[in-house]
Design a protein around this ligand. Structure first.
Ligand code: FAD
Length: 512
C-alpha cells in the first residue's frame, strides 16, 4: 500500500493547481489522471488577475504570460452573424476597459489551457508532486482517519492510503456521485460540437489579441476564436438533441461548410485537428466536501464558459484547499479550518454560475429562461472584490463584494495592494501568514512564530510600507493579519494587548 498525505484525482486546471500548491507547501501528494497527458484543447483561455496572483505565489506568472503567442494580453468579444457579417454588438473592445492595475500587481493573462497545464505540471513535479498519467481512480472509501483508494494503471491496481482526497475529476465527477452529493441549477443549457482547426484566416481575426466571436446566423449558433498557436482556431457549433441531432450529424464535410460560413471564406480549406461534443451546463454541488473528500473545480460546479470563469475558479479552488490542507497536515491548524473551504468557495461558485448564465443569455441564447437564477454581479468585483465569510476570517459586517480599486482592508476581502519601495505590498504575500502592523507588534509576531512554528512574517508600517490613507485600517496602534491566500483574516485599529490578541486571533481563524 502506498501512503501519501493527499491523493488528487484529475490533472486538469483544478487538480494540477491543488497538486502544485500542496507540493510547494511540502505536502506529500499523489495525483492520478486517466488521460495520457495534459489537455489538447485550449478551452479555458484567459487568466484573471486573481489567478495570476496565485500563479505569482508559485513563481510561474511570467512563464504563463510568456506562453501566449499573441502580441498583447488584449481581448475583443463580438456578437455577430459571421466574421465579416453584421455586428450585433461588441461586448468587450479592449481589456483596457478592465484595467485593474490600481487593485493588483498582477496583470490579465490570455494563455490557453493547453499551454498552461504543462507549466503547472512541471512546477508541481519540481516541488515534489508525484503526477501519474494513464492512471485512474477505480474506487475509494473513507473512515475517520483517512481515505483508502484503488488506482489502476496499465491493468495493474494499487491501493493508496491518504489523509485527504481532492476530487478534481471534472464536471461528471464520479467521486461526487459516489458520495451521493446532488447538484442544483438548470443543468444542461446547450450542447455543442467543438472543433480545433488550422487555416490561414488572414486578417479576418485580429492576430495580436484574443479575438472571440459569438456567432448567430440562419445556419447555426456558435463561436469562433483564435488560439496561442498562430494559424490555429477553435470553432464551436450548437447541437440540438431535442431535435434529434447527434454528433454523427456533424461529419467533417459539414463542419468545413460551417467554418466557411462562419469565416465568410467559401474557398477555405481548414485542416481539422480535433473534434468533440460538449455540454454547456450550469450546476453546483450541494456540498463541496464530505468528510475527508473535497470537490474542486468542475467537480464542485460547472459554469457556462460565457465569462471565462470555470478554469479560473478551478485554480482558485485548488489553491484554497491546498493551503488549508497543508496547514492541517503540518499541525498549524485544526481540522476545523477545512470547513472554511465550502463556506468560502461555494458562494463564489454561485456568483460565477449566476453571472455566466446571464452572459450566456445576452451573448448566445436570448430565449434562455433565467427565472430563479441569481442576479448577475459585477465581473470586476467578482474577480478581485469578492469576500470570504467563514470561521477563517473574523468579519463583523455582511457586505459580499466591493470595488477592488477602492479596497477597504476589511477581513474577508483581499489585502490592499499599496506601492512599496520595491514594488507592492502583495510582494510580501503568498508564502505563509503576514502581520501588517504598527509599532509594538514586531515582538508579539516574532514570539508567536517562534512558539508555534507557523510561518508568520511581520511588516511594519513606515518601515516596510507606507499607508497614508490608512487603507489597511491599522489606526494608531493596530494590525492586520493576512492569510497565505492574500485575504485579510482579522484587523483592528487599536489593541490593548497585542500579544494576547494575536494568539487568540490565530487560534480562532486556524481552529487550533
Ligand atoms: C469550450 C470551453 C470553453 C471554456 N472557456 C473557458 C474560459 O475561457 N475560461 C475559463 O476559466 N474556463 C473556461 N472553460 C472551463 C474550463 O475548461 C473548466 O472549468 C476547467 O477545465 C475545469 O478544470 P477541472 O480541473 O475542474 O476539470 P477538468 O479539466 O475536466 O479535469 C478533470 C480531469 O479529471 C480526469 N478524471 C476524471 N475521472 C477520473 C478518474 N476516475 N481517474 C483519473 N482521472 C480522472 C479527467 O480525465 C480530466 O482530465 C471552458 C470550457 C469549455 C469546454
Amino acid at each position: 500500500m502506498e501512503r501519501v498525505d493527499v491523493l488528487v484525482v484529475g490533472a486538469g486546471l483544478g487538480g494540477l493547481s491543488a497538486s502544485m500548491f500542496l507540493a510547494i507547501e511540502g505536502v506529500r501528494v499523489l495525483t492520478v489522471e486517466r488521460h495520457p497527458g495534459t489537455a489538447l484543447h485550449p478551452r479555458a483561455s484567459g487568466q484573471t488577475p486573481r489567478t495570476m496572483e496565485l500563479y505569482r505565489f508559485a513563481g510561474i506568472d511570467h512563464e504563463v504570460l510568456g506562453v501566449s503567442k499573441r502580441a498583447s494580453q488584449g481581448l475583443r468579444i463580438t456578437v455577430s452573424s459571421s466574421l465579416q457579417g453584421p455586428v450585433f454588438h461588441r461586448i468587450v473592445e479592449d481589456l483596457g476597459e478592465f484595467d485593474l492595475s490600481p487593485a493588483t500587481a498582477a496583470p490579465w493573462g490570455m494563455a490557453g489551457q493547453d499551454v498552461v497545464e504543462p507549466i503547472l505540471l512541471e512546477r508541481a513535479r519540481k516541488a515534489g508532486a508525484d503526477v501519474r498519467f494513464s492512471t485512474e481512480l477505480v474506487s475509494f472509501e473513507q473512515d475517520d482517519d483517512g481515505v483508502t483508494a484503488v488506482v489502476r494503471s496499465g491493468g495493474e491496481e494499487t491501493t493508496v492510503r491518504a489523509s485527504y482526497l481532492v476530487a478534481a475529476d471534472g464536471g461528471r465527477s464520479r467521486i461526487r456521485e459516489a458520495l451521493g452529493v446532488p447538484t442544483t441549477g438548470p443543468g444542461a443549457i446547450a450542447h455543442s460540437i467543438g472543433v480545433v482547426f488550422d487555416a490561414d484566416l488572414g486578417d479576418h481575426l485580429e492576430r495580436d489579441v484574443t479575438d472571440l466571436y459569438y456567432l448567430q446566423n440562419q445556419e447555426f449558433t456558435g463561436a469562433l476564436t483564435n488560439t496561442d498557436t498562430p494559424g490555429r482556431y477553435v470553432f464551436a457549433v450548437d447541437l440540438h438533441p431535442e431535435r434529434g441531432e447527434s454528433r454523427d450529424d456533424f461529419p467533417q464535410e459539414r463542419l468545413v461548410r460551417l467554418i466557411r460560413i462562419a469565416t465568410d471564406l467559401p474557398g477555405l480549406q481548414p485542416e481539422i485537428r480535433w473534434t468533440g461534443a460538449w455540454e454547456m451546463a450550469a450546476r453546483i454541488a450541494e456540498r463541496f466536501s464530505v468528510g475527508r473528500v473535497f470537490l474542486v473545480g468542475d467537480a464542485a460546479k460547472v459554469t457556462p464558459p460565457t465569462g471565462g470563469m470555470g478554469g479560473n475558479t478551478a485554480v482558485g479552488d485548488g489553491h484554497d484547499i491546498a493551503w488549508k490542507i497543508a496547514a492541517v497536515v503540518r499541525g498549524d491548524a485544526g481540522p476545523g479550518l477545512l470547513d472554511s473551504y465550502e463556506a468560502e468557495r461555494k458562494p463564489i461558485a454561485e456568483m460565477v454560475v449566476g453571472t455566466s448564465l446571464h452572459n450566456a443569455k445576452e451573448r448566445m441564447f436570448p430565449d434562455l429562461d433565467l427565472s430563479g437564477a441569481p442576479e448577475p454581479v459585477d465581473q470586476v468585483a467578482l474577480t478581485l472584490g469578492f469576500r470570504y465569510r467563514s470561521g477563517a476570517v473574523l468579519a463583523d459586517d455582511d457586505d459580499r463584494l466591493e470595488n477592488p480599486v477602492e479596497p477597504s482592508g476589511r477581513p474577508g476581502f483581499r489585502a490592499p495592494h499599496l506601492p512599496t519601495a520595491t514594488g507592492s505590498t502583495w510582494d510580501f504575500l503568498g508564502h505563509g501568514w503576514v502581520l501588517f502592523g504598527t509599532a509594538g507588534w514586531r515582538e508579539p509576531a516574532e514570539a508567536v512564530r517562534a512558539e508555534t512554528g507557523i510561518a508568520l512574517a511581520y511588516r511594519e508600517r513606515g518601515t516596510d510600507f507606507d499607508d497614508p490613507g490608512d487603507v489597511f485600517g491599522l489606526g494608531d496602534g493596530g494590525a492586520s493579519l493576512v492569510r497565505p491566500d492574500g485575504i485579510v483574516a482579522w484587523r483592528a485599529g487599536e489593541v490593548a494587548d497585542p500579544a494576547g490578541t494575536l494568539w487568540d486571533v490565530l487560534a480562532r481563524v486556524l481552529s487550533r
